[in-house]
Write a new protein. Structure first.
Ligand code: ADP
Ligand code: MG
Length: 701
């Protein structure tokens, strides 16, 4: 069958070179196999025949059986149309054509039994169907007859060349005739039996030409099962190979640094979640295998502390550690926070960013090489080749999705032996998605906020309430609080967005005039120094309001800021809204998030606003986001390329199935890690095929 499937599509009956080129270009169908796996996007039930006297104007697509009793041509030129009067004995309906009139009239016979399919219209007391599908009742019994008719996505260009859904269906039919009894099973029999899956052959036939609704369901299930199963088997096997092969520095002891920090410097009791995650990390660090862990924790959950304590373990074992952050502001903030947390301890910490002066840079390079510097904090500057460590043992990457894969990879090859890696993200990823795109990493979750935080109150206001909103902000400022006002900034509409920001800044400056109020502004067009200067004024409490674009989105921690106003909130995605909101609610005071929108909201925007005002739970929001947008837009999936490669499964909707097949794959690998048993031979073969073709899902790190 392999040979058949890899044949070029142009050799299929009904295709030829010209159509082949269209199929290549428009749908990416190059081979028989591509067509076989080009699945319908919907099915229409054609099991029911309506009677004409049963029709009502609200029916969707319907099917009738009857005869054409007469033809008529009306109008001239552009307005010319063909009418066929169609009767089934209970009444008459008009079939209408505006194009291809003479061809259609020639191809249709009076008093022959036809099956008519289309959406009925109701006009002037009469029913009609415009451009119906017409099939010869007798002939249609000879092709593989499907009561649920499959519909395929095609493009305008294809339709112009008569490759509409029905034509694709015919091609698939031709293909299935050739492949009859030749489709080889891709899952072993024991698995089919155990999990009640239909054969690949039956699944492929029924996905295109379902014999009935039940078989269609089984076909979809079988194909989704297989697709997700092999993804998990692939990831899990790679992961187990990595763990087997990997060697990592053994951080066996907890010593001076961590102990003294714990006794003298720890400013508060760790949350249970922080304790649990630290335990997981310590276990990794002591295992002799390289740690490769993703730490997920909602904004404000206290990841920095976990990062610092992990680094102290590295120091206790004679190693250096570093943190890489995506922006200078964040790197600065980590540096300040960590230095403060370490006061009185003999730990050397330094900061390296794009703005570090040459002389200081030189000193840092030197101290890294001779080991005098214990912890380095910085931005991309850390991955430059000139940055050499004496013995880097642990690399921490904050807000990891902000970095490219290559950038990240560069950091942990800075030693002869790979350092331990902890990547941190405040963008919660739904579990099933994480299992798939980060399937190769171990995952820790901080699912608890430090005590005493009051949940942020989120409100949605229309633009017309702006003055009231300003009034509220004044009250908050009176109470000593600070305020963020954020404007969207999107590449495609950058110019207008800057205009909005400028206009907004102006009206805010007018409403909050000096000397009583001070307003600062930060946006992407400013030089880094200007940005930092404005940011610092706000951090130090010298300005009341910070007007900004999304540059403040990640990580910035200003506990005194208690209000986040998001302008044009309808233009932000859910996870972005959640990230922005996370900038407040960091102190002991009640915090607020105000979403400003115009009256005009799309349904989807309305849903997003509804979700974000209802819940503060990042994981719930991520799940909702995944369902709303699909995985293609989720952070992380772009890099993995995965979301686009799925033929039938849907990472947003098939969460349960993902977990299910992952467990099955795990069981199989536990018994036979290399898939050498004869029962499992077919797995190995399929994996080989998959990895020769597809993106490698596991190379996220
Ligand atoms: P994130 O996970 O978003 O990086 P941070 O590490 O910036 O969160 O922590 C947010 C705030 O919570 C900081 O002000 C930090 O000092 C505080 N914090 C962290 N852990 C605790 C804790 N266990 N108890 C109380 N406050 C904590
Ligand atoms: Mg953080």
């Amino acid at each position: 069958m392999q040979d058949y499937l890899q044949q070029e599509i142009k050799f299929l009956a009904g295709v030829g070179p010209k159509r082949a080129e269209l199929l290549n270009k428009e749908l990416g169908i190059y081979t028989f196999e591509d067509l076989l796996y080009y699945f319908p996007y919907k099915y229409i039930d054609r099991s029911k025949f309506y009677k004409i006297n049963e029709l009502n104007p609200n029916l969707p697509y319907i099917q009738l059986r009857g005869k054409i009793v007469s033809f008529d041509t009306l109008g001239t030129g552009n307005k010319k149309r063909l009418i066929a009067y169609f009767s089934d004995g209970t009444g008459t309906i008009e079939l209408l054509w505006f194009k291809g009139l003479s061809y259609i009239q020639k191809s249709l016979l009076l008093n022959n039994e036809y099956i008519i399919f289309g959406k009925p219209g109701y006009f002037g007391g009469k029913y009609n169907i415009i451009h119906p599908e017409v099939e010869d009742s007798l002939k249609s019994q000879n092709v593989i007859q499907a009561k649920l008719q499959a519909h395929y996505n095609t493009t305008e260009k294809l339709k112009k060349n008569f490759l509409h859904s029905k034509a694709v269906s015919k091609l698939v039919n031709n293909l299935l005739i050739i492949l009859k009894n030749k489709i080889q099973e891709t899952l072993p029999v024991f698995l089919l039996n155990k999990y009640k899956l239909i054969s690949l052959d039956a699944a492929l036939v029924n996905i295109h030409f379902p014999q009935n609704a039940d078989l269609l369901k089984k076909a979809i299930y079988r194909l989704k099962f297989e697709e997700l199963f092999y993804i998990q088997l692939n990831i899990l096997q790679k992961r187990s190979f990595r763990i087997q092969k990997s060697i990592g520095y053994v951080f066996s002891k907890v010593g001076e640094y961590l102990n003294r920090f714990y006794q003298d410097n720890l400013p508060f009791e760790l949350t249970d979640a922080q304790k649990r995650v630290l335990k997981e990390i310590r276990k990794d660090l002591g295992s002799g295998k390289q740690m490769n862990r993703l730490l997920q924790g909602d904004v404000g959950s206290g990841k920095t502390l976990v990062a610092l304590m992990s680094m102290l373990i590295a120091l206790d074992n004679g190693f250096q550690a570093c943190i890489m952050a995506p922006t200078e502001i964040l790197a600065n903030q980590h540096f300040t926070t960590i230095k403060e947390l370490l006061i009185g301890l003999p730990v050397q910490v330094d900061l390296l960013t794009g703005s570090t002066k040459t002389a200081a840079r030189k000193t840092i390079h030197e101290n890294l090489r001779n080991g005098d510097l214990n912890i380095l904090i910085g931005t991309h500057a850390l991955i430059e080749d000139t940055v050499q460590f004496k013995n880097l043992g642990l690399v921490i990457i904050d807000e990891q999705h902000r970095f490219g894969v290559a950038q990240r990879a560069k950091l942990w090859t800075k030693n002869d032996q790979p350092s331990h890696i902890l990547v941190m993200t405040a963008t919660p990823i739904p579990r099933t998605l994480a299992m798939t795109i980060y399937g190769d990493l171990d995952i820790s979750v901080i699912d608890e906020l430090p005590p005493g935080r009051k949940p942020i109150q989120t409100t949605h206001l229309y633009d017309s309430r702006r003055l009231r909103m300003f009034g509220f902000l004044k009250q908050q400022i009176e109470q000593g609080r600070q305020i963020y006002i954020v404007y969207p900034l999107i590449k495609e509409s950058e110019k207008m967005d800057y205009k909005d920001l400028e206009d907004g800044y102006e009206s805010i400056s007018r409403a909050f005039p000096p000397p009583k109020y001070a307003v600062s502004v930060v946006h992407g067009k400013m030089k880094p120094q200007e940005k930092d200067a404005a940011m610092n004024l706000f951090i130090k409490g010298q300005t009341h309001i910070m007007v900004a674009t999304t540059v403040i989105e990640v990580g910035v921690n200003i506990p005194n800021a208690s209000v986040m106003v998001i302008e044009s909130a309808e233009r932000f995605g859910l996870s972005q809204l959640h990230q922005l909101r996370g900038r407040v609610g960091r102190g002991a005071d009640q915090s607020f998030c105000i979403l400003m929108t115009s009256y005009k909201l799309s349904n989807e925007a309305r849903k997003r606003i509804e979700i974000i005002t209802r819940t503060n739970d990042g994981f719930e929001i991520a799940e909702a986001d995944l369902k709303l947008r699909g995985p293609g837009d989720m952070e992380g999936t772009q890099q993995s390329g995965l979301a686009f490669d799925l033929k039938i499964a849907n990472l947003g909707q098939d969460g349960q199935l993902i977990q299910y097949v992952r467990d099955i794959a795990e069981g199989i690998l536990d018994d036979d890690p290399e898939l050498k048993n004869s029962d499992n031979f077919i797995f190995a073969k399929q994996l080989k095929k998959i990895s020769s073709k597809k993106v490698d899902f596991s190379v996220i790190s």
